[in-house]
Design a binder for this molecule. Structure first.
Ligand code: 13P
Length: 287
């Protein structure tokens, strides 16, 4: 059964580790992430952007697929199905479809409007026992059409949103979706420390997990980050393994064109990336 992300993140914050959110794109992705979580006895959050939701034939299709896999693959670790960077309307759709967690990304609104909309969703999600992530200060780069300027969040605004009763809070601290440019200045730990000081127990979320050096990940966790989002890195691993298979001419040998064979190296590559991240984040054996 899908669960809210609240309990897993409260435990992560107290235990000083982070739970990974891995964005899914199709059946292979979903199965790879779920099996890796089970094999490593780790809680996990499946992230679905609005673009990926559309691609996978809608939120109801995804809920059906994930619930089916939890049962058929005998997944017993805690799993949350979470809307990533949702619009207000997208959030309502996912609540209705049976997601267990949503993110409302109101970071592009003036803070008053972000507060007003977040407040309404706090009420609805609380009634349903779902978790809610809010965002202050947009994350840089582009993800499925959501473009952010890469602002550094105002810690006082973070406190205002945290006080509304959200489950977890994403704050821009110089992080970017996708690959980091060579001249990237790194995460702003002074701001993160200030946000953590003002928001106390609130689990903080680090977006743009792809390409952040290990030492920065560890420092971020020590400063209150309890959820880390990874998307691009699984896509890169999948693409590289698939390329290798095709370039080696394997699809031309025997039944190598069979999708179950053609997609197998990419599937294994996603599993390896997810395992590596779970080890780095410290969530192994924390289910
Ligand atoms: P990356 O694609 O950079 O890993 O970011 C993922 C993310 O933050 C999803 O919201």
């Amino acid at each position: 059964m899908l669960v809210s992300a609240k309990e897993m993140l409260t435990k992560a914050k107290a235990g000083k580790y982070a739970v990974g959110q891995f964005n899914i794109n199709n059946l292979e992705w979903t199965k790879a992430v779920l099996l890796t979580a089970q094999e490593n006895n780790s809680p996990v959050i499946l992230g679905v952007s609005e673009g990926a939701g559309k691609y996978m034939a809608g939120y109801k299709t995804i809920v059906g697929m994930v619930n089916g896999m939890l049962e058929e693959l005998k997944i017993t670790v805690p799993v949350a199905l979470h809307l990533d960077h949702g619009s207000y309307e997208g959030c309502l759709k996912c609540i209705e479809a049976g997601f267990s967690s949503i993110m409302f990304d109101g970071s592009h609104y003036p803070i008053e409007e972000n507060i007003a909309k977040t407040k309404e969703l706090v009420k609805i999600t609380a009634e349903k026992g779902m978790s809610l992530e809010a965002e202050v200060g947009s994350i840089g780069g582009e993800e499925d059409g959501v473009v952010g300027a890469g602002e550094v969040a105002d810690p006082n605004e973070c406190k205002m949103i945290a006080d509304l009763g959200v489950t977890m809070l994403a704050a821009g601290i110089g992080n970017i979706h996708g690959k980091y440019p060579a001249n990237w200045k790194g995460l702003d730990f002074d701001v993160l420390a200030e946000i953590q000081k003002l928001t106390g127990e609130m689990p903080l979320v680090l977006h743009g997990g792809t390409g952040i050096p290990e030492d920065m990940i560890k420092t971020a966790i020590s400063l209150g980050v309890s959820k880390i989002n990874v998307n691009t890195e699984c896509q890169l691993s999948f693409a590289a393994a698939t390329r290798k298979y095709v370039e080696a001419g394997k699809d031309l040998e025997g039944k190598g064109f069979d999708p179950r064979k053609l997609l197998a190296p990419g599937f294994e590559a996603i599993k390896a990336t997810v395992k590596e991240k779970m080890e780095l984040f410290g969530s192994v054996n924390k289910a």
